[in-house]
Each structure stands twice: as structure tokens, then as C-alpha cells.
Design a protein around this ligand. Structure first.
Ligand code: C5J
Length: 222
């Protein structure tokens, strides 16, 4: 058992590398690249790119240590049978979920836009969780995978900080997992939401978890 201590807010966190996994939330072309779901909602998708390089560096470090890395993708079945009408009809996007866009049908499994961006492509053996919701536990087998791999601590990265990252952290926290949000490996279309979302996690003694950054995590596991 290799125990390490991660410098984090609101306090340092000790964890075992064997029981810690990274979860990379929704680093998909649909969110990060032009012509996808994120852009149909009126967002400047370039704002998410700042998380890519830190995520890649962190992944390289975790993989070198043999740590578990899990990826998630938000999306729906081609027949939309798992897409709540309240989600599909919400707002006034330029294209709705299921419509044909520049990277195939918006937020639909199997379409090019649903893929994880090439820079952060999963490698052999890394589980990919396809999720219909914002949280990675809802309607997925994530918890079974974590139980079977005896994971108790999650290093949470991805986009967007205040939506799918936050929802997943809240879900994980309620299930007893210790979550470290890796701040520079997350991003939002709204930088101010990113900052506040991180503060919300670590406030009140760490009400949902801990906040650290990729340099501190890599230093801890080195
Ligand atoms: C959103 C996500 N923002 N991955 N999804 O709809 O955060």
C-alpha cells in the first residue's frame, strides 16, 4: 500500500494510490470543440481548452503509477429513449439534442461529437462511462466499478466545473467517496462559475470534498 498526502483545501488529504482513481468528466468534442452541444447553447467553447494540457500531464503521471483512470461521456441513445423531454426541449439552443450538427447528431452516442477529444483519448483498460445525465453515478455502472476496484478516493477533472463535475462530486460525496477536485484540470464556459464552484466544494470544512491542482497531485504521487 502506497500512502501519499495531497496538499489541498481546506486541508491536506492522505490517500492510498491503490484506492484512488481519477475520473475525467466529459472531455468530449461536443463540449470542447466548435459545432457541438456546448456551442449550440451559445458558449465560447475555447474557454474549456485551458484544462486540456494540465489533464494530459496529470493523466501521464497517474498512468505511469498504474493508477485507475475512468472517463465519462454525456450523451444519449440514437432514439433518444433515455433523454428526458424536459432536457431535450429546454432553452433555445441553435440545435437541440439529436439534431444533426457539424460533428454528427448533437450529444448522441456513436457520433463524432460524442467522442472524447483526441488529446485525452482513453488508453486500453481505462473504463468509459456513458452517462445520460449530468452526474456520473446516475443510470451508470460507475459505482460497481469503484466498489470492485476498492476505490475510496476520486481525483475529479473535466468539464464543466459547475455542472457535470459538481453534480458528480455531490453524487460521489453522498456515496461516501472522498473527492479531490483538480482545479486546473477543470474548466467552465463561465470562469467566474468555475472559481465559485471550487470555493463551494472546499468551503465549510470541505462540505463536498477537497480542492487541489495538478502540480500538487503529481508532487504527492511522485
Ligand atoms: C453540461 C457538462 N454542461 N458536462 N454538461 O451540460 O458539464
Amino acid at each position: 500500500m502506497t500512502n501519499v498526502t495531497i496538499d489541498a483545501k481546506p486541508a491536506a488529504l492522505s490517500c492510498s494510490l491503490q484506492h484512488t482513481a481519477a475520473i475525467i468528466i466529459d472531455m468530449q468534442r461536443d463540449f470542447v470543440e466548435p459545432g457541438g452541444f456546448g456551442e449550440t447553447l451559445g458558449n465560447d467553447v475555447s474557454l474549456l481548452r485551458r484544462a486540456i494540457a494540465p489533464c494530459k500531464t496529470l493523466l501521464d503521471g497517474l498512468r505511469a503509477k498504474g493508477m485507475l483512470v475512468i472517463h465519462t461521456r454525456e450523451g444519449h441513445r440514437p432514439d433518444l429513449s433515455d433523454a428526458p423531454p424536459a432536457k431535450v426541449s429546454r432553452g433555445a439552443p441553435s440545435l437541440r439534442i439529436g439534431d444533426m450538427g457539424a460533428m454528427g447528431r448533437i450529444l448522441i452516442r456513436g457520433e463524432p461529437g460524442h467522442d472524447i477529444i483526441p488529446e485525452l483519448a482513453p488508453i486500453a483498460g481505462e473504463p468509459i462511462i456513458d452517462k445520460p445525465g449530468k452526474g456520473a453515478f446516475y443510470a451508470t455502472d460507475l459505482q460497481s466499478i469503484l466498489i470492485n476496484r476498492q476505490i475510496d478516493t476520486l481525483l475529479v477533472c473535466g468539464v464543466t466545473t459547475e455542472v457535470c463535475v459538481h453534480t458528480t462530486v455531490r453524487e460521489a460525496n453522498d456515496r461516501g467517496y472522498r473527492c479531490v477536485v483538480v482545479s486546473d484540470c477543470c474548466a467552465s464556459y463561465f470562469p467566474e462559475f468555475h472559481e465559485v464552484a471550487l470555493r463551494m466544494v472546499a468551503a465549510q470544512g470541505g462540505i463536498f470534498g477537497w480542492v487541489s491542482d495538478s502540480a500538487r497531485v503529481l508532487e504527492a504521487i511522485a
